[in-house]
Structures are given as structure tokens and as C-alpha cells.
Design a protein around this ligand. Structure first.
Ligand SMILES: Nc1ncnc2c1ncn2[C@@H]1O[C@H](COP(=O)(O)OP(=O)(O)OP(=O)(O)O)[C@@H](O)[C@H]1O
Ligand SMILES: [Mg+2]
Length: 397
């Protein structure tokens, strides 16, 4: 499906929003495909929550249109938009059991006001019938979330992860067309966050419902999403799969935001004949910028290698080792490159690469670092990505 055919999902057209004099969303367009897991990723304050609240109908945009499943919903209140929102704080009813928390959204919809009154409610035969149906659905959702053993407990008797699952369940019982989630994992500790992250991805695969998920955590975004919309200052910098954003960043800003440790950025100039110069090394990119055009070269930490085996022939830079960090499965070498200004860089080696390099004496100062083609990105004077010419795929001349 192309962006133009995604009428079934959520379509945002020209959404703008200001608070007071401050522009928070700057005429934003986004087509979310039906059934996809789309993440709004970006730094704090970039407008993610505001955008999600506009989709939910909790906030009114200044201009632009929100369509859900092909129909404009701008005139509809939140309850009629067929969306369910899960917040960072789970906001469960503390006096109710898990079963009661899950059943409440359905009771509100299916029972009359009279049938919900404490004294009268037990006199209605229709109510008993409706409640049996509701409890069957509650049990089905509880099974899907593996909380069926907790149905009789109160929220205070649950762990953070269990509470978050109940909050999800309360959204699920309504079978919305779209789930909207605003940093739902940020109240959980690190281990639980990983666990619930897997559960969410799994849940999305089973439900096949559209998820729009807000986070400023790139690991969450990279591991769960079908696509990521990377936002900054009320705009979308790039919309694409996690691979697109990591391997083909559209701009220097995207390249800097995605990836940890962050990539090394070196300022260089075009040599006028399709290459750039880094000290004594020339890297051909096949693009003929005028000589002297200022360009930025972004190098992922794993795009640096030590001159071992077949890597030994690549373009090489000298560097001074500042610090080596052992992370178990990998090492991060903090170095200063032997270029004007001695720019700092981070080199990522697998434990095996590190071991082989040490055995070969390649970790003695000064280091020789080889550049791999994959993970080296060039950006033009405006910060936009420069695609390497397919005729010059190798970095080495
Ligand atoms: N009701 C409001 N009144 C005034 N300013 C607001 C309001 N809501 C949000 N803002 C401002 O709008 C900007 C975007 O806020 P928003 O909550 O959408 O950011 P966010 O991307 O969700 O950030 P975070 O990652 O910190 O949650 C911020 O500068 C914020 O201070
Ligand atoms: Mg927010």
C-alpha cells in the first residue's frame, strides 16, 4: 500500500496548533496505514502528545483535518472517534477490582443509567444478561493479556507492569479502530519496560489494529514500530521504517537523533571532482559538488573497523585512544581522530573484533581506523542526505 491509499488508517492533513503565541505543530501531514504500528518519536517538547491528543479529540487543532477510517472526525467528541487512549499514568479506579476496571467502559456503553444505579441495578433482568456478555469479553481480554489470574485483585495489589496491562485491557475491551498510546512504558523500571515492550509488539501482531505510539525512547521506537515518524519542533523530519531511519537518514538531524552511541560528524569540503577529503584520505561519493562546498560526513560507531583481514585495505585514519568501555558483548572506544581540531569519535567493536584486535596488537596507540562503506553518510550544505552514486558504492577509490 502506498501513502496515497491508506484511507483506512488515520490521515492528518495540515495540522497546526499554537498555545498562546507559541507554534507547537507547524502544518503537519501524516498518513498512518490501517493496522500499522506507527511511532511518533522525538525530543521532549516537540509536540508528540499534542498531536496524539488532537487525534483523540482531547485537544482542538487550529487548522487541518483528522480522518479516521476514511471519514473526517473533527466534529466528533473523543468518545465517538473509535479510538482508545492509553496514558503514561494508568489511572485505574483504585476501589475497583481488575475485572471491574475492565468492565467499566463496556458498562458505560451498554447499560442504561438506571441499570447502573447501585440499588436498582440488581432488579433488571436485562442487566444480568448484558453483564454476562460483558464478563465473557473481560475474561477474553484478560486472557489475551495474561492477567486472568488477577481479575479479583485491586490495583494496589498489582505490580507496575500488571497495572499497565490492565490499562491496556481497558482500552482493548472497546475494540477501537485505533489505539493511541502516550509513553505507556515510562513509569516502569528498565527490566519491566523490555518485557512489556515485547508484549505490546506481540499484542499488536495478534490484534492487527492500528497503533499510534508516542515515545522519546529510540529503542522502543526501533524495536516495535512498522514505521517511525521522527519529529522535531512540530514537524516530521522523516517518516520511514526503522531501517530507513537508521540506514538512510534523510538529514543530519535524523542521523544524529537515531543510533546510540551517536554517530561521529566530521566537517569536510568537496574536492570538486566527486570526492571529499579527510586529512590525507580521499573518499569518492560520485557527486560533483563545486570545490570547497561544505559537507558533513556522518560515521556510525560500527562503521569504524580495525585493520584486520579484508578490512585492512579500506581508507584509514589515525586516532588516539582516550578511553575504552567494556559493555560485555561490545566495546566502545572513545578516540580523537588525527584531523584538524582532533575531533572526538566513538568506535563500536564486537567483543570478538576487540579480542582479535588485541591479539594482533592493533589496540596500541595510535590506532589505525578503517572506514566501512556501510554506516558512512554524507550530508549537503543544507543538511540533506546525499545518496552515494550507485556507480561508486565502495568508499575506497
Ligand atoms: N495546554 C498547553 N498550554 C500551553 N503550552 C502547552 C500546552 N500543552 C503543551 N504545551 C507546549 O507545547 C509544546 C509541545 O508539548 P507536548 O506535550 O506536545 O510535547 P511532547 O513532544 O509530548 O514532549 P514530552 O516528550 O516531554 O512529553 C511544549 O513546549 C509544551 O510546553
Ligand atoms: Mg508528551
Amino acid at each position: 500500500m502506498t501513502d496515497g491509499e491508506s484511507a483506512d488508517g488515520v490521515r492528518l492533513t495540515g495540522i497546526a496548533k499554537s498555545f498562546g503565541g507559541t507554534r507547537v505543530l507547524a502544518g503537519l501531514d501524516l498518513a498512518v496505514r490501517a493496522g500499522e504500528f506507527l511511532t511518533l518519536l522525538g525530543p521532549s517538547g516537540c509536540g508528540k502528545s499534542t498531536l496524539l491528543r488532537i487525534i483523540a479529540g482531547l485537544e482542538r487543532q487550529d487548522c487541518g483535518t483528522v480522518s479516521i477510517a476514511g471519514r473526517p472526525v473533527d466534529h466528533l467528541p473523543p468518545a465517538e472517534r473509535d479510538v482508545a487512549m492509553v496514558f503514561q499514568s494508568y489511572a485505574l479506579y483504585p476501589h475497583m477490582t481488575v475485572a471491574g476496571n475492565l468492565a467499566t467502559p463496556l458498562e458505560m456503553r451498554r447499560l442504561t443509567l438506571l441499570e447502573r444505579l447501585p440499588l436498582i441495578k440488581h432488579l433488571s433482568p436485562r442487566r444480568a444478561r448484558v453483564m454476562r456478555g460483558i464478563m465473557a469479553e473481560v475474561r477474553a481480554v484478560a486472557e489475551a493479556l495474561r492477567i486472568e489470574a488477577l481479575l479479583d485483585r485491586k490495583p494496589a495489589q498489582l505490580s507496575g507492569g500488571q497495572r499497565q496491562r490492565v490499562a491496556l485491557g481497558r482500552a482493548m475491551v472497546r475494540h477501537p479502530a485505533v489505539f493511541l498510546m502516550d509513553e505507556p512504558l515510562s513509569n516502569l523500571d528498565a527490566a519491566l519496560r523490555v518485557e512489556v515492550r515485547h508484549e505490546l509488539a506481540d499484542l499488536h501482531a495478534r490484534l492487527g489494529t492500528t497503533f499510534i505510539y508516542v515515545t522519546h525512547d529510540q529503542v522502543e521506537a526501533m524495536t516495535m514500530s512498522s514505521r517511525i515518524a521522527l519529529m522535531d519542533q512540530g514537524r516530521i523530519l522523516q517518516l520511514g521504517t526503522p531501517d530507513d531511519l537508521y540506514d538512510r537518514p534523510a538529514s543530519l538531524a535524523v542521523a544524529r537523533f537515531i543510533g546510540s552511541p551517536s554517530l561521529t560528524v566530521l566537517e569536510t569540503v568537496a574536492d570538486g571532482v566527486g570526492g571529499i577529503r579527510l586529512g590525507a584520505v580521499r573518499l569518492p561519493f560520485g557527486h560533483r559538488f563545486a570545490a570547497g562546498t561544505r559537507l558533513s560526513l556522518g560515521i556510525r560507531p560500527e562503521a569504524f573497523a580495525l585493520p584486520l583481514g579484508p578490512e585492512a585495505d579500506g581508507p584509514a585514519l589515525a586516532a588516539r585512544l582516550v578511553r575504552a568501555e567494556n559493555l560485555g558483548a561490545e566495546w566502545h572506544l572513545h578516540v580523537r581522530l588525527d584531523l584538524p581540531g582532533e575531533p572526538p569519535a566513538i568506535v563500536r567493536l564486537t567483543a570478538a573484533e576487540h579480542e582479535a584486535a588485541r591479539a594482533s596488537g592493533l589496540l596500541e596507540d595510535p590506532l589505525t581506523l578503517v572506514l566501512r562503506a556501510r554506516g558512512v553518510h554524507l550530508f549537503g550544505p543544507d543538511g540533506a542526505r546525499v545518496e552515494p552514486d550507485p556507480a561508486h558504492t565502495a568508499v575506497v577509490e
